[in-house]
Ligand binder design. Structure first.
Ligand SMILES: [Zn+2]
Length: 182
């Protein structure tokens, strides 16, 4: 199976008119499913995800116990898919409230990371450092549990992207401490 055949094996019908799609080569030479009846093209893009790294002034970070796949029942940073009417920042604030009960503010973008995903092939995750401005820590609908864990106690998170954001943040803190000492 070619990469395109594998990529589009479950993409069968036009979302606009219901006709059977055909795999064609477009003007740029890229292979995509296209509807021969109405011309609609299926574009497969990485799905945007936001991830909240919520750290307090005691160097504790908020983890939630995931209720749903992927990685159900594992402890992780609150995260979720970005909705069409959200910005990355507003998605992070909404996700934080939904999963932890905390009102948040974006401190800054830590970075982004592409990673494989069992449902959408690939996602692009945006990691935000968040601070708490209100609310009370309690597990929301998408989480079984929520708690504070000291940064030094986290060994590994269940996502490539979340480990990447954690390490970037730990590195930044180390550099900042070194600057203070010098
Ligand atoms: Zn169509």
């Amino acid at each position: 199976m070619t990469i395109e055949e594998k990529r589009y094996k479950d993409i069968n019908y036009c979302l606009r008119c219901g006709n059977k799609l055909e795999i064609v080569r477009d003007r740029e030479g890229k292979i995509r499913p296209e509807c021969p009846a109405c011309g609609w093209v299926f574009y497969k893009n990485p799905i945007p995800v936001v991830c909240c790294v919520i750290i307090n002034d005691k160097d504790e970070v908020v983890l939630i116990k995931r209720k749903f796949e992927p990685s159900a029942s594992k402890w992780a940073f609150p995260s979720g898919y970005m909705e069409i009417d959200q910005t990355p920042e507003s998605a992070a604030i909404a996700e934080m409230k939904e999963e932890t009960g905390l009102d948040g503010q974006v401190v800054r973008l830590i970075g982004y990371k592409m990673s494989p995903n069992p449902f959408y092939e690939k996602v692009v995750s945006f990691g935000f450092l968040m601070k708490v401005i209100g609310g009370e820590l309690k597990a929301g609908d998408d989480a079984e549990d929520a708690r504070l864990v000291h940064l030094s106690q986290i060994k590994e998170l269940p996502f490539i992207s979340q480990n990447y954001f954690l390490n970037l943040e730990l590195e930044r803190r180390k550099e900042r401490r070194l600057k203070v000492i010098k």
